[in-house]
Ligand binder design. Structure first.
Ligand code: ADP
Ligand code: MG
Length: 697
C-alpha cells in the first residue's frame, strides 16, 4: 500500500490537482466561482473540462457522469463515454465545458411529487464546483445539482446549498453588527458518524426479506443478543478488520477523511466516523461512504446493511450529525471559550439555536422520518421521537443563571480556587453522559442523534441551517437599530432563553416520566412518519422555507407527497415479501416438518403401542394450531394490501393506512412465525437464523 498521504485524495480532482493542471488564469477564475459563487464562463469551463478529462483518462477513466441526489434516497448516475468520432472511423477522447457544466438526464422517472408531469421529461443537472470531481470505477464523477427544466428543485443538493448560503448571510450580518468586520463568510460543518451491520453474503442470499427490504421480516431471537455489552468497542474480528482496512483505503483515495472505526453495541454492528467538513462536502462524502461500504463488503464475501433496523431485539443503526458553524476567519462560533458567561457572541448564537429547535422541532423530527427509522425512535435505543436539547451541566447552569438573573459560577472558577492556576478550557462534555438526547451540545458543536443510518444527511442539515438562519435574521432585525448594543444583546439572550427553555432537557430521555413531562411542556411527540409528515405543510413551516427561498410552496408540497407515498410503497413491499415468504417457504416447511413428526409418531405406534409419542404429538398439535393462525394472518395481510387501493387518493390517508392497518397485521404475522421457528427443526426452517446471521462473521 502506498503511504497514506500519497494515497489520500489520489482519485480526486482537488485543489492541488487543479493548481498543477490548470493555467493560472483559469484556476483563478474557477476559485472565484467556488469561493464567491460567481457564474462560470464557458471558455473557462472548456479549459477545466479538458484538464479534468486528461486527468481522468490517466486514472483509467473512459466515461464521465453527472452524479446527483434525487429524492429517491440513493444517488443517481448515467455514464457517457468521452469518445468522439474524428471523421476517419477513429475516435478521440473529448470533454467540453458544456458537458461539464450541464447535463440533461431524463427526469421523468425520478420522483417529483407531482410538480412535473411525466410527459415533461426534461430536467437538468448543473455542476457544483464547490464539491470536487473524482474518479471511481473507470468513470469521472461530477457532483451536480438536479432541477426540472422549469426550475423546480428535484434534488437534495440544491436546497442544501441554498440553506448554507442563507445561514452564511444572516450569521455574517450579526457578526458584523457585533464588530467582526473581517468575517465575510460563514460555513456550517458536519461530521456524520455512520453505523452499519456486516453479515455473511451466503446467508444474505438466503434471506429474501433482507434482499428486498433491507431488514428481517421474520426471525426468532438468538439465545444471545447484546445483553453482555461485549461487542461495543470490542476487539475487531480478522475478517471485519480486513474489510475496514480496505474500506479506509478506498475512502482515503476519494479524499474522504475516514478517521475512527469500532464495533458497536449490537453483534455484527460497527461504526465509522470521518473528520468533519463543510456540509455539502460532508453530504457527498457520506453518500459515497455508504456506497463504498456496500461495494467493499462484497469483495470480502460480506453484505453491509444500512437499514435502520435489520434485526429485531438488538439495536438498530443510526447516524450522528455533528453540526457546527465556523467563520472564514477560522473561528468556531459554537466554541464557548474559557469563560462562556462573558462570551455574549456565543450565547447569542446558542440562543438562536435554542429558539430554532423549539419552534421547528417538528421539522427536525420530519427530517429524520423514514419507515426504517420509525423502528428506532422511541425504542429506548435511539433518542425518542420527542425532540429536545441537552446542554450539559455547565452550560445548562449558565442558561439557568441567565434566566433567573443569578450569578453564574463556572466549574472552571471552582477549580481555580482549589489551587490549579491554569484556567482549564470549558470542559468538553462527555457525550456518554447523555446518549439519550436527540440534540446534544458536545463541547463546540451540536450532535443531532436521531438520524437513521441510511438517511441522506442533506435533509436534516437543510432544516438546521434554514431555521437557524431565520432566527438570526429575526435577531438582526431586533438589534440593528439599538443605541446600546451590548445591553440589547444581553436582554435578547435572556428573553430568548426564558421563552424557549421548555425545549431544554438535561435528564434521561428514555424515562417514562419524560413523555408526560414533555407533553406538559407542549412538546411534540410524533411517533411515526405519517404523524410527523402531516406537519411538513403547516403554515409556519411553509412560511419559513418560502421566506428563506429554500423551497417554493409547491416544492414543499411535492416533498411531502413523495415522503408519504414512498413510505406507503416501502411498507407495501415489506407486506408482499412477508406474504411471499409465508406462502412459498414457511407454511410448506412447517407443514413438512409436521408431516415428518406424524410419520415418526405413526411408525412408533406401528412398532409398538408401548413407545411414547407424546413429544411428537405435542409438537404436532402446537405447530398445527400455529400454522392455522399463521395462514389466517397471511390471508388477512393479503386482504389488507388489496384494500389499500381504497385509501390511495390522498397520500396522508394512504400512508396512515399502511402504518395503522398493514403494519399492525405484519407485526402479528411475524409473532406467530417467530414462535413457529422456535419449534421447528433447523433442518426444515427455510431461513438462516438470527444466531447464524448475527454471529456468523
Ligand atoms: P465526541 O466524542 O464528542 O462525539 P468527537 O471528537 O469524537 O466528539 O467527534 C465526533 C464527530 O464530530 C467527528 O466526526 C468529528 O469530526 C465531528 N466534529 C468535531 N468537531 C466538529 C465541528 N466543529 N463541526 C462538525 N463536526 C465536528
Ligand atoms: Mg458521538
Amino acid at each position: 500500500m502506498a503511504k497514506v498521504p500519497e494515497l489520500f485524495g489520489s482519485m480526486v480532482f482537488n485543489e492541488q490537482t487543479m493548481q498543477e493542471r490548470l493555467p493560472k488564469a483559469t484556476y483563478k477564475a474557477l476559485q472565484k466561482t467556488i469561493q464567491n459563487g460567481e457564474p462560470l464562463d464557458l471558455s473557462v469551463a472548456n479549459v477545466v473540462a479538458n484538464a479534468m478529462k486528461d486527468w481522468a483518462v490517466e486514472k483509467g477513466c473512459t466515461h464521465y457522469t453527472h452524479w446527483f441526489q434525487p429524492m429517491t434516497g440513493v444517488t443517481a448516475e448515467k455514464h457517457d463515454s468521452f469518445i468522439s468520432p474524428n471523421g476517419d472511423g477513429q475516435v478521440i477522447m473529448e470533454f467540453s465545458g458544456k458537458e461539464l457544466v450541464k447535463g440533461e438526464p431524463d427526469a421523468s422517472s425520478f420522483p417529483s411529487g407531482g410538480i412535473r408531469a411525466t410527459f415533461e421529461a426534461r430536467g437538468y443537472t448543473t455542476w457544483d464546483p464547490t464539491s470536487y470531481a473524482f474518479a471511481k470505477d473507470g468513470t469521472l464523477y461530477i457532483p451536480t445539482a438536479f432541477c426540472s427544466y422549469t426550475g423546480e428543485v428535484l434534488d437534495k443538493k440544491t436546497p442544501l446549498l441554498r440553506s448554507m448560503e442563507r445561514i452564511s448571510t444572516e450569521a455574517v450580518k450579526i457578526l458584523q453588527l457585533l464588530g467582526n468586520k473581517d468575517v465575510t463568510r460563514v460555513t456550517t460543518t458536519v461530521g456524520p458518524e455512520q453505523e452499519y451491520f456486516l453479515i455473511d453474503k451466503d446467508m444474505y442470499d438466503l434471506r429474501e426479506d433482507i434482499i428486498y427490504t433491507g431488514r428481517t421480516l421474520f426471525g426468532a431471537k438468538a439465545p444471545k443478543g447484546q445483553e453482555l455489552d461485549d461487542h461495543y468497542f470490542g476487539s475487531i474480528k480478522t475478517r471485519v478488520a480486513a474489510f475496514m482496512r480496505d474500506l479506509d483505503t478506498e475512502l482515503w483515495k476519494l479524499g474522504i477523511f475516514a478517521k475512527t472505526k469500532h464495533n458497536e453495541v449490537a453483534p455484527s454492528q460497527h461504526e465509522l466516523a470521518p473528520i468533519f467538513s463543510t456540509t455539502n462536502i460532508a453530504t457527498d462524502h457520506n453518500e459515497l461512504t455508504m456506497e463504498v461500504m456496500k461495494k467493499t463488503a462484497e469483495k470480502h464475501g460480506l453484505v453491509c446493511l444500512l437499514h435502520e433496523k435489520p434485526f429485531a431485539g438488538v439495536n438498530g443503526s443510526g447516524k450522528h450529525n455533528n453540526w457546527s458553524i465556523s467563520t472564514n476567519t477560522g473561528k468556531n462560533l459554537l466554541d464557548p471559550g474559557k469563560e462562556p458567561e462573558k462570551n455574549t457572541q456565543f450565547l447569542l448564537f446558542l440562543a438562536a439555536i435554542v429558539k430554532a429547535v423549539h419552534e421547528y422541532q417538528d421539522l427536525l423530527r420530519i427530517s429524520v422520518a423514514s419507515a426504517g427509522n420509525d423502528h428506532r425512535l422511541g425504542a429506548n435505543e435511539a433518542p425518542p421521537a420527542i425532540i429536545s436539547m441537552y446542554l450539559g451541566d455547565e452550560l445548562g447552569a449558565l442558561v439557568d443563571a441567565i434566566i433567573n438573573d443569578k450569578e453564574y459560577v463556572s466549574k472552571g472558577k471552582v477549580k481555580m480556587e482549589t489551587g490549579v492556576d491554569v484556567l482549564p478550557d470549558f470542559k468538553k462534555d462527555n457525550s456518554d453522559r447523555n446518549r439519550t438526547s436527540p440534540f446534544a451540545f458536545t463541547g463546540n458543536k451540536f450532535e443531532f442523534r436521531a438520524l437513521g443510518s441510511s438517511l441522506n444527511i442533506a435533509c436534516p442539515n437543510i432544516m438546521l441551517n434554514t431555521m437557524v438562519a431565520e432566527e438570526l435574521s429575526e435577531f438582526y432585525d431586533e438589534l440593528k437599530d439599538s443605541d446600546d448594543l451590548e445591553s440589547s444583546v444581553k436582554a435578547l439572550i435572556k428573553k430568548t432563553f426564558t421563552e424557549h427553555q421548555n425545549i431544554i432537557f438535561n435528564g434521561n430521555n428514555y424515562a417514562e416520566e419524560w413523555v408526560a413531562e414533555a407533553e406538559k411542556r407542549g412538546l411534540l411527540n410524533l411517533k411515526s412518519l405519517p404523524e410527523a409528515m402531516a406537519h411538513y405543510i403547516d403554515k409556519k413551516n411553509i412560511d419559513l422555507f418560502v421566506k428563506n427561498k429554500i423551497y417554493s410552496k409547491d416544492e414543499i408540497q411535492a416533498r411531502y407527497e413523495i415522503e408519504l407515498e414512498n413510505y406507503a410503497k416501502e411498507i407495501n413491499i415489506e407486506a408482499l415479501t412477508m406474504i411471499d415468504m409465508a406462502k412459498k417457504k414457511i407454511i410448506p416447511a412447517v407443514s413438512a416438518y409436521v408431516r415428518e413428526l406424524t410419520d415418526t409418531a405413526l411408525a412408533k405406534k406401528a412398532l409398538s403401542a408401548e413407545i411414547p409419542t407424546s413429544v411428537e404429538e405435542e409438537l404436532i398439535t402446537s405447530l398445527s394450531n400455529k400454522l392455522v393462525c399463521f395462514s389466517k394472518k397471511t390471508t388477512e395481510l393479503e386482504d389488507a394490501v388489496i384494500k389499500a387501493d381504497e385509501y390511495s387518493k390522498d397520500n396522508l390517508t394512504y400512508a396512515t393506512y399502511f402504518r395503522e392497518t398493514v403494519f399492525a397485521i405484519m407485526q402479528e404475522l411475524r409473532a406467530v412465525g417467530d414462535s413457529m421457528e422456535t419449534e421447528t427443526s433447523a433442518e426444515y426452517w427455510p431461513y438462516p437464523s438470527y444466531g447464524e446471521m448475527l454471529f456468523g462473521v
